[in-house]
Each structure stands twice: as structure tokens, then as C-alpha cells.
Ligand binder design. Structure first.
Ligand SMILES: Cc1cc2nc3c(=O)[nH]c(=O)nc-3n(C[C@H](O)[C@H](O)[C@H](O)COP(=O)(O)OP(=O)(O)OC[C@H]3O[C@@H](n4cnc5c(N)ncnc54)[C@H](O)[C@@H]3O)c2cc1C
Length: 355
């Protein structure tokens, strides 16, 4: 990642955080004719739902008696899509400055700069990032493709077909992906520092059965000790046992699953009104102290705040109206239902209405 800032892109609203609440804010802004750029430190949209509990069912999303967390994110992304949001993923927002000419400039650790009339901070519990194992030079291998080979998230199994894979970790992610990738991989080793795994017993049993069948090499109790590779990428993972004995595991890919860290980091330095590391907003507007700055979702606090996705959705609607006032000061906003207005590419309710 570079700290050099590129020439700024321009939009109506920058949304910091592509969690469920940030994604719904794209839809609400879009319905009011506002364009959005969305920035997230994660490689994929979805915030806590995607990073912490993608497979879990959620029961309190209105009109969905049950919906998987990842399925909810897929639906929110589809709902936002007609408004063509620009996503800047895998980059943390590091800077937020008021511009002399009005509006805001948002900058990221990857050097992206975006100028906007308004900013909605939907940063949840902070920027998600991987807990990196402390291996010399690991950053140089991060990603897939030439010269790379260390990944912290799996998006699709097909990316790993025919690869020699080493998975490190002893929790649900490590065990789930070991089982899911075993039939795709050229070889698959699981490295864990103890024999016991902290994962769903059924899945651990499946992994052990695959190990007994010779499909998975259980490298326990071992810890990661180093990486070997060249300009073409990763070639091997070096592991060490408690007595210092080393093994070299030939590998194209290392998947370290040591959990995710959460970093509120720069947000705390932006001069926002804070209450115990949460942004204190006016619940009538979701305003965060300065005109053009709004905050919604888990990152905020006000009297009676509920940290629920459905509460965040309503906050997104309120913030979008606030953004409209800032970005289109001369435009009178006539309140309209979505049934009347429709969304781009879909028939309006009026076209389909029975008179
Ligand atoms: C196990 C579990 C189960 C849950 N079950 C439910 C449930 O049943 N019902 C319910 O309503 N809620 C549930 N929740 C809570 C729900 O997930 C949160 O309320 C919701 O995710 C908040 O959404 P958000 O968009 O505000 O924040 P988040 O989902 O936290 O997303 C914020 C995003 O902002 C990004 N970000 C933060 N700072 C930066 C930065 N500086 N630069 C770039 N990106 C940044 C983060 O990487 C993250 O992707 C559950 C939570 C957990 C952990």
C-alpha cells in the first residue's frame, strides 16, 4: 500500500464502511438522486455479517423470518446496485478533511482521494483487518497472483483449485475451509499449535476423517515459523514444533486464520463528538457535529440507541435526507414512496398499479 494520494474522485456522498448499514445508505442516497462512493478496509462488502458470522441465520430483519448473514449482504448489495456505487475495498479510510471550497475530502491508506459534499460514517466497530502471523516479509506475499500467496479471506473455492494449500489456525474458519477446500486442493495441510481445535465438533470430525483418508495432512502441534519463495510467489511454509524441530511444507498458498482485528484508529482523530469511542449524533438528523458529516449504525450513540441492523437501516434513511439538503441545497425534496418512484431499471409501482 502506498501513502501517495491520487487525484481526487468526485461524488455526492462518501460512505465509510460497507457493512449492512453502509450498504443500505447507498440505496437510500440513490433514491434521492445522490451518487455514492463506499470505502471499506475489508476485501468484501458486509462488515460484521460477512467477516464474523456469514453462515449464521438472522431472525430479526423485517419481512425475513430467517436470512443468512451473507445472504442479507448479497441482497443489500443487489438493492444498492441500480445506483452504481463505486466501491473502494481493501483500504482503510485514514483522512477526513473539510475542504476550503466546501465539502469534504476522504483519503485512504491506498492513496485514494474522494471529494464529496457529505460523508456518512458507517464504520461499525472499526476497520476490520487480519491478525497477521508475525512472519518476516509476509506483507510482500499478501494477495494472489504473481509473487504472492498469502490470503486471509476466501471468496470462492474455485480460486484455490489445484493449489498446494497450508491452512493455519484452530478455530471455525480454519476447520471450515480445510473441509471445504480439501477436494479442490493439490495438497492441503492444517497447522495448529495444539491437537485440540476450537471449532464446531461436527466439522472437526469431518476434518479428522479427511486426515485419516490421507486427504489432509494434520501438522500439529506446530507453529508457523517462516515463508520461503521467490519473485514467482510463495513456495513453502516453514513450521516449527515445541522442541524446535522444523518441517518444510511445499505450498502455493498460505491461509492464516487467526481472527480479525478491529481498529477504530483514525476515526478517533477526526475531531468528532465522541462518547466512549462512539460518535455522538443528533438522532433527528444523524448529524455528527459538523454540517455535511453524518454517522449511522454501530459506530454511533444517542439516547435509546439499539445496536441492531434494523435500527441502522432507519438511521441510513434519515442520514440520506440530511445529505440531500447539503448536496442539493437548491432542490426541494418532494417526499415520495419507493412504490411511486421506482428504482432505475425496475417498473414503478404506478406502472404496475391497478386502478
Ligand atoms: C455474532 C453476531 C451476531 C449478530 N446477530 C445479529 C442479529 O441477529 N440481528 C442484528 O440486528 N444484529 C446482529 N448483530 C449485530 C450486527 O451485525 C451489527 O449491528 C451490524 O453489523 C452493524 O452494521 P454497521 O454497518 O453499522 O457496522 P459493521 O457491520 O461493523 O460494518 C462496518 C464496516 O466499516 C468498516 N470500517 C470501519 N472503519 C473503517 C475505516 N476507517 N476505513 C474503512 N473501512 C472502515 C469495517 O471494516 C466494516 O466492514 C450480530 C453481531 C455479531 C458479531
Amino acid at each position: 500500500m502506498s501513502d501517495a494520494v491520487s487525484s481526487p474522485q468526485i461524488t455526492d456522498v462518501v460512505i465509510v464502511g460497507a457493512g449492512p448499514v453502509g450498504l443500505f445508505a447507498v440505496f437510500e442516497c440513490g433514491m434521492l438522486g445522490l451518487t455514492c462512493h463506499v470505502v471499506d478496509a475489508l476485501e468484501v462488502p458486509g462488515g460484521q455479517c460477512a467477516a464474523l458470522y456469514p453462515e449464521k441465520p438472522i431472525y430479526d430483519i423485517p419481512a425475513h423470518p430467517e436470512i443468512g448473514a451473507q445472504a442479507l449482504i448479497d441482497q443489500l448489495t443487489a438493492q444498492a446496485a441500480p445506483f452504481d456505487p463505486v466501491y473502494h475495498l481493501d483500504q482503510q479510510v485514514t483522512g477526513l478533511q473539510a475542504r476550503d471550497t466546501g465539502g469534504w475530502r476522504v483519503t485512504t491508506a491506498a492513496g485514494t482521494a474522494i471529494d464529496a459534499g457529505a460523508v456518512i460514517i458507517a464504520a461499525g466497530v472499526g476497520a476490520f483487518g487480519p491478525n497477521r502471523p508475525p512472519l518476516d516479509g509476509i506483507e510482500a506475499y499478501e494477495g494472489m497472483g504473481p509473487g504472492r500467496g498469502v490470503k486471509y479471506l476466501v471468496h470462492q473455492r474455485a480460486d484455490f483449485a489445484g493449489k498446494r494449500i497450508v491452512i493455519a489456525g484452530g478455530g471455525d474458519s480454519a476447520v471450515d475451509w480445510a473441509v471445504a477446500l480439501a477436494d479442490q486442493a493439490a495438497s492441503l495441510a492444517v497447522v495448529h499449535r495444539r491437537a485440540k481445535f476450537r471449532a464446531a465438533p461436527d466439522t472437526v470430525a469431518k476434518m479428522k476423517a479427511l486426515a485419516e483418508a490421507g486427504t489432509i495432512d494434520m501438522v500439529v502441534p506446530y507453529q508457523l515459523a517462516g515463508l520461503a519463495g521467490d519473485a514467482d510467489g510463495l513456495m513453502a511454509v516453514i513450521v516449527r514444533d515445541l522442541d524446535g524441530g522444523e518441517r518444510r511444507l511445499e505450498a502455493d498458498v498460505l491461509l492464516p486464520f487467526f481472527g480479525l482485528s478491529q481498529n477504530l484508529g483514525p476515526i478517533l482523530d477526526w475531531g468528532l463528538p465522541l462518547e466512549k469511542s462512539l460518535i455522538a449524533v443528533d438522532p433527528a438528523t444523524m448529524g455528527a457535529g459538523t454540517p455535511g458529516l453524518f454517522a449511522i449504525g454501530d459506530i454511533i450513540d444517542y439516547s435509546g440507541k439499539l445496536k441492531l441492523i434494523l435500527t441502522g437501516f432507519a438511521e441510513a434513511a434519515v442520514a440520506a435526507h440530511g445529505c440531500h439538503k447539503i448536496c442539493r441545497p437548491d432542490e426541494i425534496l418532494h417526499f415520495e414512496y419507493s412504490t411511486t418512484k421506482g428504482v432505475p431499471g425496475a417498473p414503478t409501482g404506478e406502472e404496475g398499479a391497478v386502478s
